[in-house]
Design a protein around this ligand. Structure first.
Ligand code: COA
Length: 176
C-alpha cells in the first residue's frame, strides 16, 4: 500500500471512497467536502492524500489550514474527512494516511492539528479533548465530545480562548 498526494484526476475516486465509507445521512455532504477541498486556494495549501492498493485508490484524507484572526503567528490544521473503502478497512490504511499527514504537517511547522471525530479512533494518534479546549470551532457542535487536538512540535497551547477560522469548504454548519 502506497500513500501519495492527491490530484484533480483523483476526484471521482475520492468522492466514491467517502460516499461508500460514510453512513447514508452524511455521505453526500462528506464526499462533496472531500472533492471541494481539492480546489481550495490557501496558504499553506490543503494536504490531500490517497492510499493506493494494487492500483486502486482505497483511502483518502484531507488536512486544511485553520487560523485565528487575532494571532497571525498561529498555524493550525484540521484533519477531515478521512475515509477508507469498506472492503479495505481494519488494514491500517486509515492509520497510515493520518500518520503520513502528521509527518508532512510537522515539516511545515504546524503548531496544532484539530479533528472532529470519534475519540476512540483518534486517541491513538495523540488527539485529546483537553488540547482542543481553548480553541472554539466555527459552529456549534452536534457532538462536542468529538472536538480534539494534538500539539505538534513543541507548541504550547493558548491559555485564553480563541475562535478558529476554517476554509470555505468547511464553512457549512451542517458539517459540524
Ligand atoms: C475510521 C476509518 C477511516 C478507519 O480506517 P481503517 O483503515 O479501517 O483504520 P485502521 O485499520 O488504521 O484502524 C485501526 C484501528 O481503529 C479501529 N477503528 C476503526 N474505525 C473505528 C472507529 N470508528 N472507532 C473506533 N475504532 C475504530 C480498528 O478496529 C483498528 O483497531 P485495532 O488497531 O485495535 O485493530 C474507516 O473505518 C472509515 O472509513 N470509516 C467510515 C468513515 C468514518 O467514520 N470516518 C471518520 C472517522 S471519525
Amino acid at each position: 500500500m502506497n500513500v501519495r498526494t492527491a490530484t484533480h484526476l483523483d476526484r471521482d475516486a475520492i468522492h466514491h471512497i467517502h460516499w461508500s465509507a460514510f453512513a447514508a445521512e452524511e455521505r453526500d455532504l462528506v464526499a462533496k467536502l472531500a472533492v471541494d477541498l481539492l480546489s481550495e486556494k490557501t496558504s499553506p495549501s490543503v494536504i490531500s492524500l490517497v492510499a493506493e492498493s494494487e492500483g486502486l485508490i482505497v483511502g483518502h484524507v484531507a488536512f486544511s489550514p485553520v487560523t485565528i484572526e487575532s494571532d497571525e503567528a498561529f498555524q493550525g490544521f484540521i484533519l477531515g474527512p478521512l475515509g477508507v473503502m469498506p472492503d479495505y478497512q481494519k488494514r491500517r490504511i486509515g492509520t497510515k494516511l493520518v500518520e503520513s499527514g502528521i509527518q508532512q504537517l510537522s515539516k511545515i511547522e504546524t503548531d496544532i492539528l484539530f479533528v472532529y471525530g470519534d475519540p476512540k479512533y483518534y486517541g491513538r494518534f495523540g488527539f485529546s479533548v483537553e488540547a482542543a479546549e481553548p480553541y472554539i470551532p466555527p459552529y456549534k457542535l452536534q457532538y462536542p465530545f468529538g472536538w480534539q487536538a494534538v500539539a505538534l512540535r513543541d507548541y504550547k497551547a493558548r491559555r485564553t480562548s480563541a475562535s478558529l477560522v476554517v476554509v470555505p469548504s468547511l464553512s457549512n454548519p451542517a458539517l459540524w
